[in-house]
Design a binder for this molecule. Sequence first.
Ligand code: IMP
Ligand code: MG
Length: 183
Amino acid sequence: MHASDIEGDLTEVLVTESEIHAKLAELARRIEADYEGRDLLLVGVLKGAVMVMADLARELRPHLNMDWMAVSSYGAGTQSSGVVKILKDLDTDLTGRDVLIVEDIIDSGLTLSWLLENLRSRGAASVEVCALLRKPDAAKVEVDVRYLGFDIPNQFVVGYGLDYAERYRNLRDVAILAPHVYS
Ligand code: IMP
Ligand code: MG
């Protein structure tokens, strides 16, 4: 789905598909250098990180493993509740592993700081974060993000995996959702 297909639902395209791909290539080169000679485990956070994971993983040239977790912090609304629930846990034992959490967006930071603590308690050798987007003005807790794509304004965005009420995930770009859609 292109932004032009749903023009009336969006107020602005913030990051285009090609900007995303260029940025992921840049991050992939840094990740390759930092993890040289180590066995990397990418942990994707469902469902929003599916697109980031798919494109980042294919951009990375060495062998790697992928696993998935599903957590929920939002329900169907647009405001973080701070309540994190594991809907699907990892299949992989993290003992001694170098883990890179792959996230779509850091909003309040509550989900990720909870996840970091949870994964670190499982005996991993290292746990770092790669996030495509971050809203600095929405931060309630500081999260140390090693690999960041873009800082964006504190607005509700959709596309490239990000949803509103389970829609818009298949939009190619990241765009601000028009308020009339959710009010
Ligand atoms: P946090 O706990 O407030 O940082 O929220 C993290 C999760 O909320 C993300 O992984 C997204 O799934 C969701 N989220 C936060 N902001 C947005 C947004 O602007 N659009 C869509 N989903 C969002
Ligand atoms: Mg998410």
